[in-house]
Design a protein around this ligand. Structure first.
Ligand code: G3D
Ligand code: MG
Length: 165
């Protein structure tokens, strides 16, 4: 059987843990002090679903959170997007609607999941508001800790399955 190659993107404010989540899952490690990525961080990871094998090409927003003009090109060709916020930073959740709108401008039929990261820390944000937002946009809601690895596998499986639909 052919392995399908599917592009997915991670979006959300800087510092919510996008790079850490991807590394925690694809490399099985969490590096607590690293230099922030510049440009596009790019990973591929093969995932086995009941429906077959998929090679995910995972695009990590890296430094471009600041460079709005670059982002449409970054999103193009993706089949699903993870909207990531930090459960200790309420404004990062408020910004998810804006990230979604921007992605929809570049990819009108994009599908989304919502991810609350850093659940190993003391949350300032109860899950209800995020769950409501996810429901409103028809997305599944996940919670993760890139630090402990909790929930990360479900995010990537969910994203891959969504991208295939
Ligand atoms: P980004 O790619 O969204 O910009 P990063 O975010 O992955 O660079 O992570 C930003 C900071 O949050 C990093 O801290 C990282 O270690 C931390 N972080 C990411 N995910 C988690 C998590 O699940 N739990 C905890 N406790 N911290 C997390 P530093 O200090 O390295 O800048
Ligand atoms: Mg990053």
């Amino acid at each position: 059987m052919d392995t399908k190659l599917i592009k997915v993107v991670f979006a959300g404010d800087g510092n919510v843990g996008k790079t850490s989540l991807i590394r925690s899952y694809t490399e099985g490690k969490f590096s607590s002090s690293r230099v922030a990525t510049i440009g596009v961080d790019f990973h591929t990871h093969t995932i086995v679903l009941p429906s077959g094998k998929i090679k995910l090409s995972i695009w990590d927003m890296a430094g471009q959170e600041r460079f709005q003009f670059m982002r449409p090109g970054f999103y193009r060709g993706s089949r699903a997007a993870a909207l990531v916020y930090d459960v200790t930073a309420p404004e990062s959740l408020e910004h998810l609607a804006g990230w979604r709108d921007e992605i929809l401008k570049a990819v009108p039929d994009e599908k989304f999941i919502v991810v609350g990261n850093k659940i190993d820390l003391e949350r300032t944000q109860k899950p209800e508001i995020a769950q409501l937002f996810a429901k409103k946009i028809g997305a599944v809601y996940y919670e993760t800790s890139a630090r402990t690895g909790e929930g990360t596998e479900a995010v990537f499986k969910g994203l891959a399955e969504l991208a295939l639909k």
